[in-house]
Design a protein around this ligand. Structure first.
Ligand code: PMV
Length: 301
């Protein structure tokens, strides 16, 4: 049996703006999805969602990985066991992580010789098949790790400070939120377009600060980014409550990560106050976890 794992991701800057070709900065986090795989007689997929065979309804990503990987290997049967530290459907890239880790598990088990670029590309195709549309960001960052400027896919320096991820546990539909922003933009193009390009410019401005490990400046810009996300209508009372709880308990900054509406927010912490921020988020009804940026993308454990 072999085990492969891949990380989730957060957006430091640029969600929503990236849909319109603006820059964004994404960061792989230490929360990972592990896939244990061994050759077997039949297909058996085990996860918190249940134990199934080739069931596209329950395990769509893994089933599509198996179908796709038939191009590279004669896979008769396989036993997959999936364990994830990433909450499902909360904007942390859990579907990309399970997809990428499953591809690498089969790549290793059957000696397919796929490169990291191949894995990221196949992962993106599979996300598109399952979701109808998907940006290549999640699968790319999960495969490569690190801090990545999108769309250039340029690697920036590692973020060293603790990252607190707060979860509102409120359902958030990326598709719906992206559609809402599009509607607002159609109604007020002269107002919304400059906001989106300001967000993009913020990513470009932050590049230098990331590379110089200037977390104070990154934090100021992330807080401005949060204000602009609120301005384009992707905030919520729950997210604001977690964001202000984090800032009031000493976070360097706090903002939504991903589509917004619900889902998760992130805060950058000092080395000595991450647990205060976790407590503050939990006091206002969220759940929180301390993580860090990781340079390691998909890997064989
Ligand atoms: O919530 P997530 O992790 O699916 O991120 C959505 C990011 C958006 O910019 C809103 C959409 C996209 O496809 O880039």
């Amino acid at each position: 049996m072999i085990t492969c794992s891949a990380p989730g991701k957060v957006y430091l800057f640029g969600e929503h703006a990236v849909v319109y070709g603006e820059n964004a900065i994404c960061c792989a986090i230490e929360l990972r999805t592990k896939v244990h795989a061994e050759k077997a007689e039949d297909v058996i997929i085990e996860s918190v969602l249940g134990t199934t065979g080739m069931d596209i309804e329950v395990h769509p990503y893994v089933c599509h990985v198996l179908k796709k990987m038939q191009q590279f290997a004669d896979i008769k049967g396989i036993r997959f066991k999936i364990e994830s530290e990433l909450p499902v459907g909360s904007g942390l890239g859990s579907s990309a992580a399970v997809t990428v880790a499953s591809i690498e598990a089969l790549n290793q088990l059957y000696g397919c010789g796929l490169s990291l670029e191949d894995i990221a590309g196949l992962g993106h195709e599979i996300e598109k098949t399952v979701q109808g549309n998907a940006s290549p960001t999640d699968t790319y960052v999960s495969t490569m790790g690190g801090v990545v400027m999108i769309p250039q896919r340029k690697k920036l320096k590692t973020i060293k400070c603790p990252i607190v991820v707060g979860n509102t546990h409120k359902f958030s539909s990326t598709k719906e939120l992206v559609a809402n922003v599009a509607k607002l933009r159609n109604e007020f193009p002269d107002i919304i377009d400059p906001i989106l390009s300001d967000i993009g410019r913020m990513s470009l401005l932050a590049e230098k600060s990331v590379n110089e490990k200037d977390y104070k400046t990154i934090g100021k810009l992330m807080n401005v980014n949060q204000g602009l996300l609120d301005a384009i209508g992707v905030g919520s009372a729950e997210l604001s409550s977690l964001v202000y709880a984090a800032r009031n308990s000493g976070a360097i900054c706090a903002k939504i990560t991903g589509a917004g509406g619900g889902g998760c927010m992130i805060a950058l912490a000092e080395d000595n106050n991450a647990s205060d921020i976790v407590n503050a988020i939990e006091d206002v009804g969220g759940s929180a976890i301390i993580t860090r940026n990781t340079e390691e993308g998909v890997r064989l454990e």
